[in-house]
Design a protein around this ligand. Sequence first.
Ligand SMILES: [Zn+2]
Length: 283
Amino acid sequence: MRTQLDVLVRTALARGAAVPAFTCYDFTTALAVVEAAEHIGAGVILLVAPKTAASPVGLRLIRALRGLADAAAVPVSIQLDHASDITAILAGVAAGADAVLVDGSALTYEENIQLVRAARDAIGDPGIVLEAELGGLAGDEDRAFALNASGLTDPGQVADFVARSGAQLLAVAIGNVHGRYAGEPRIRWDVLADITSRTKVPVVLHGASGLAAQDLAQAPASGVGKVNFNTELRTGVLSMLQMQILAHREDGENLLGILDLWRETVRAFTTASLETLSGRANH
Ligand SMILES: [Zn+2]
């Protein structure tokens, strides 16, 4: 069922849980994420990467995800991820995205605020939820390279940024990276606590792949209401393909079998993420 992303996240936070968001480059992955969410009975967010949205078939994928979300037995939101072009944002929303991460994190502080406001003005519809990103999160969302965290969010900017940008969710840099971690990730819980004490909007953690389960399990109690996963899903699917392609070629070019395994891989990861973020995990 269609659900406003901020309502989905706030409802989860109220019961001590966070909502996982998964990058869907394709419909098979999205089918499996929704299947797993329905099995558990919890809401999820389907992310559409900017390169996907900008591809010749991107808007068709968003429309297809819209149909999948509307027919789901659990709340599902479609979010256009890391978008910084207003024309692309409007096209994504028109195709059926419920929410947009308006990404001005590479801009100056004032330009970041102006971009979020410009997106709000251009979209008009107050039902479309805007997330913003404050602080320079290292990395590329679509390709994983080993990285050190950089550019922590400055808690002193949070209240002013949220008030002036109108962001309804705030993605922060607290030691997380987009992609793969070089060495042990070190989440700065002290910086997160400082951030959440200064705003009432739910905080979002990007680049959660690679964080320890006990770190993720502790996230909702620390005010993190949404956690984005991408790299680990890609790793899981690519590893499965590497192991299974030959046998499936020999088994009569069995693409159907590969797609079943693809969905099984994504379902397992989605289920594990939902359980870790449910607030029921031991920590
Ligand atoms: Zn991000």
